[in-house]
Design a protein around this ligand. Structure first.
Ligand SMILES: [Zn+2]
Length: 611
């Protein structure tokens, strides 16, 4: 989910699995002799990989309302020790730092000897969060592990913001609205070293919570749900804790992975907007994790199943493999969204999420994607505000729908094989969409699927048309007036004058054809027009995009619309429920946009509603 934990930590750039930590150093602190730079991906905001962190030792002293002498209420004092190496000789260190005051630094070499530093400099453009620490003299050498010791102070937010450290309160059974006052003494909690992970997945909570553990045998490692004592004692965590364990087990089995952390905790936070997949400590808004069979609505249970499945799916797609940079955040969110439906289908099939995905993801994504706020799946975000804006319906729901389309044209088996390879190859690393495409392509070659691709294309050629341009096609289907051929063409739905084109997978169902064995396309549109002939035409209907696995809308000419309408009237069961759902959504939207104007329109809607 959204980044809610951009934190008080310092980050030296360039850990392989750090999306946010790659920036280019400012010209003042370029590496010294030899000056050798890769072309910057995003020169203004990302760290480059000159500095490579290996471990962070973090000590945080949290002061709440009862501040001892010398401390300020609602602050966190932290000490961080970052071990790092350098890729080339440099005379400075550049970090990302945000929301910190009272900064002080020391640098030591492997022998623990201090290396003198000049005063640090905060970049003038504060939004970049750059902090430069020049060496007083000399350079840092490759092959040496240095330690940067940093001290800082951060405020704890109490204004509803859920960034960094923030205070959230809850009603206890005694009706207190604030955390208990009267803190006496200090409690020190020590945590074991985590696996290599992106800093944005680091989280901890301080609360007087209790927990419930998942039933034995559901998952190999401890799975717990934490909340207020009264919630836990009332059994409100029982549903989600077992659901979490079943989903962990399902995804590990499906993707041939082993959840690598020692435990899975989930906890409620009153003021959270939705949820966050932190590795080992997933946080949820209270009503998205607590379920009461006595008072909760069935829709709440469905929402819990949906979001828990999304967050558990992130443990592989987002945590084990994360996107290298936020521009490809769809690799995290598009997959977690897509897999959420699959996970719920596996552990709570009564919610029928495989079908619900059309209404919940595909149709909202098509609508958003034809509006002014659409953007390519692979976005161009640079600034924090831009990056934040790309946590959108495109990234989540279009990403999910494109995955559904790829699964359909590759087949479930081949798609799964490619994803397993991708996770195995990129685990504990950052990935780009091209990494994904390479593994899908290899699986497609092995399974003989490439023969179903348009000539001269591969997975990347096809999917680049869907991930690097905004919008989606409108596919028009019409009957050639003279010899009955069916004419199929594409144009950009939101702008018919646009030159944008896609590799569009087309499945075809005809009046006389048996149900499709799969959704492997029988033809592709690669330019703006294709002609194909079907037997027994004219006089019989033809429909494209069976079960709406393709991310596009379809408009039939008047004659075909009439024939489809007649079929719906006589025997709607000949057209699958998912195809009927999409026909309805397409025609509503085409009418709304003014592309479809026909006297038969009320009639077709009437019959679609009836079926
Ligand atoms: Zn997410």
């Amino acid at each position: 989910m959204k980044i809610t934990f951009l934190f008080l930590l310092l980050a030296v750039g360039g850990s392989i699995s750090h999306p946010p930590l790659q920036i280019e150093p400012s010209p003042r602190f370029r590496p010294v002799n030899p000056v050798k730079h890769k072309a910057p991906v995003s020169p203004l905001y990302r760290l480059n990989d000159t500095w490579i962190p290996s471990t962070y030792v973090v000590e945080i002293k949290v002061v709440l309302d009862n501040a001892p002498a010398g401390e300020v209420p609602y602050t966190a004092r932290s000490r961080v020790q970052i071990s790092f190496t350098v890729k080339e000789r440099v005379n400075s260190i550049t970090l990302h730092a945000n929301l910190l005051t009272g900064l002080a630094f020391r640098l030591t070499n492997e022998a623990g000897v201090d290396i003198p530093l000049s005063p640090y400099v905060v970049d003038k453009e504060v939004e970049k969060h750059f902090l430069h620490i020049p060496l007083l003299s000399g350079v840092l050498e490759p092959g040496v592990t240095y330690k940067l010791h940093a001290e800082s102070l951060a405020s704890i937010f109490r204004d509803g913001r859920t960034n960094a450290l923030y205070l959230s309160s809850y009603l206890t059974e005694f009706g207190d609205t604030n955390p208990e006052p009267g803190l006496v003494g200090w409690v020190r909690s020590k945590f074991t070293t985590t696996l290599k992970m992106p800093t944005y997945l680091f989280a901890f909570t301080i609360a007087e919570y209790e927990y419930v553990t998942a039933d034995a045998g559901l998952f190999a490692k401890p799975v717990r749900v934490w909340s207020t004592p009264n919630h836990i004692r009332d059994g409100l965590g029982n549903y989600s804790v077992n659901l979490t364990a079943k989903l962990l087990s399902f995804f590990d089995t499906f993707f041939n992975t082993t959840y690598p952390m020692e435990k899975v905790d989930s906890a409620t936070v009153t003021h959270k907007s939705s949820a966050m997949e932190n590795w080992g400590l997933i946080l949820y808004r209270t009503d998205l994790l607590m379920y009461s069979p006595l008072v909760s609505l069935e829709t709440s249970k469905n929402a819990i199943a949906s979001i828990v499945s999304h967050e558990v799916a992130h443990q592989n797609f987002g945590n084990l493999v994360t996107c290298k940079w936020w521009s490809e955040i769809w690799l995290n969110e598009g997959f977690a969204t897509y897999l959420s439906y699959m996970g719920v289908d596996a552990v709570a099939p009564e919610f029928r999420h495989g079908e619900w995905q059309l209404n919940d993801a595909l149709q909202p994504a098509l609508a958003y994607d034809s509006g002014p706020d659409s953007h390519p799946l692979k976005n161009s975000g640079l600034t924090p505000a831009e990056i934040d804006s790309y946590f959108s319906t495109i990234t989540y729901e279009k990403g999910a729908s494109i995955n559904r389309m790829v699964e359909a044209f590759l087949t479930k088996e081949t798609f799964k094989k490619g994803l397993i390879r991708y996770l195995e190859a990129k685990k504990f690393l950052g990935a780009e969409q091209d990494d994904l495409f390479v593994h899908l392509q290899q699986a497609a070659v092995e399974d003989g699927r490439v023969s179903t691709f348009p000539p001269g294309t591969d997975v990347k050629t096809i999917l680049d048309t869907w991930t690097t341009q905004a919008g989606h096609p409108l596919v028009r289907v019409s009957v050639h007036s003279v010899h009955g051929d069916v004419l199929i063409s594409q144009e950009r739905y939101s702008d018919t004058n646009s030159p944008n084109l896609w590799y569009v997978p087309i499945t075809v169902v005809t009046q006389d054809s048996p149900p499709l064995p799969n959704h492997v396309p029988t033809l592709w549109l690669s330019n703006n027009q294709r002609t194909t002939t079907y037997d027994n035409f004219p006089g019989k209907w033809i429909m494209l995009n069976a079960d709406a696995t393709g991310f596009y809308r379809v408009l039939y000419d008047a004659e075909l619309t009439l024939l489809i309408q007649r079929q719906l009237r006589n025997d709607p069961s000949k057209i699958s429920p998912l195809s009927r759902t999409q026909l309805l959504d397409d025609y509503f939207n085409l009418a709304y946009k003014g592309i479809f104007r026909n006297f038969m329109f009320p009639d077709i809607l009437h019959f679609l509603f009836l079926v």
